[in-house]
Design a protein around this ligand. Structure first.
Ligand SMILES: O=C(O)CCC(=O)C(=O)O
Length: 292
């Protein structure tokens, strides 16, 4: 299997460091894309994801407030938002993608890290006519780790534009050094019991923020820092799907840090504050020559 690209330029590293996000064009080969598209369909068919549209309805039914993208036309075909996590633990294609695709080497270069550990993967599908936006959030708020070298690779499996739900990033927000409370993705209400500031209402005050989004083709990968605030609209298209796989990695400076109230994975139950990421929960997926 030939990968399209295995290196980043100094300009891309500088953009990632300055903006907290960079779009790497033409990273994944068509064979990786075909494999991950097939794996995505398999996981959707096996109901291996959470129906986030249903979650939004339950939040509303229990008196909470879910977000709605009002720019999705009323009466248009309604689609659902599906989200899944940690498929690498059970699905060989997701595991190979996280471990053997070009992603680990690329993020090692972007984060200037001699080592890369896998933290998790996520599958994020917005079917045509999805009204649920993705609430603005900071990935670090969900992770039981801390450090500078932590990032997410958002890998679209379909062409994506603002109309179909491209991510929007608050440029430079990773440098604010502020910790925000996590939310449930379809609501901006923070998860109870978590600590930090509430994420500001970026969606309705977009003009106050330096927002950036990228129109992407399958094969492009958008990498963002774990402190970069980001969110997305719904999918306003009546026909186009928006499937994406996020893979989250940590570099050599990352250490476990339990975040009170944030969801804890069964395979992270044993982790302790301050420890180096271990092979069982967060396998090493890339080491530079001489790295440890
Ligand atoms: O795809 C989405 O709608 C959200 C993705 C996201 O926030 C992430 O992967 O960090």
């Amino acid at each position: 299997m030939r990968d399209v690209r295995v290196s980043v330029t100094e300009a891309e590293v500088a953009e990632y460091e300055r903006d907290g996000v960079v779009c790497l064009r033409g990273v994944l080969s068509s064979s990786w894309l075909r494999r991950m598209q097939a794996a995505t369909e398999r996981i959707l068919e096996q109901s291996g994801t959470v129906d986030m549209t249903e979650m939004a309805r339950s939040i509303e039914a229990s008196g909470g407030r879910a977000l709605v993208d009002t720019t999705v036309e009323p009466g248009a075909k309604r689609g659902r938002f599906y989200g899944g996590t940690d498929h690498w633990l059970s699905d060989p294609d997701f595991r190979d993608f996280a471990v053997t695709s070009p992603l680990p080497a690329l993020v090692a270069a972007l984060m200037r890290s001699a080592r890369v550990n896998l933290y998790e993967d996520s599958l994020l599908v917005k079917e045509p006519g999805t009204v649920e936006p993705t609430a603005f959030h900071q990935d670090l708020a969900y992770f039981h780790v801390e450090g500078e070298q932590i990032c997410t690779c958002w890998s679209p499996l379909d062409p994506v534009t603002e109309q179909t739900g491209s991510l929007q990033y608050v440029r430079g927000s990773h440098l604010w050094r502020r910790e925000f409370r996590p939310n449930l993705f379809v609501s901006s209400m923070p998860i109870p019991g978590t600590r930090g500031e509430e994420v500001p209402d970026i969606r309705s005050r977009a003009a106050d923020y330096d927002l950036v989004q990228f129109d992407t083709e399958p094969g492009d990968v958008v990498v963002h820092h774990a402190r970069t605030l980001h969110g997305a609209g719904g999918n306003r298209s009546n026909t186009l799907r928006r499937r994406a796989v996020s893979v989250r990695y940590c570099g050599a400076d990352a250490r476990y840090r339990i975040r009170e109230g944030a969801p804890m994975k069964p395979h992270h139950q044993h982790v302790k504050d301050g420890e180096v990421l271990d092979q069982e929960a967060c396998p090493v997926v890339w080491l530079s020559d001489g790295g440890t």
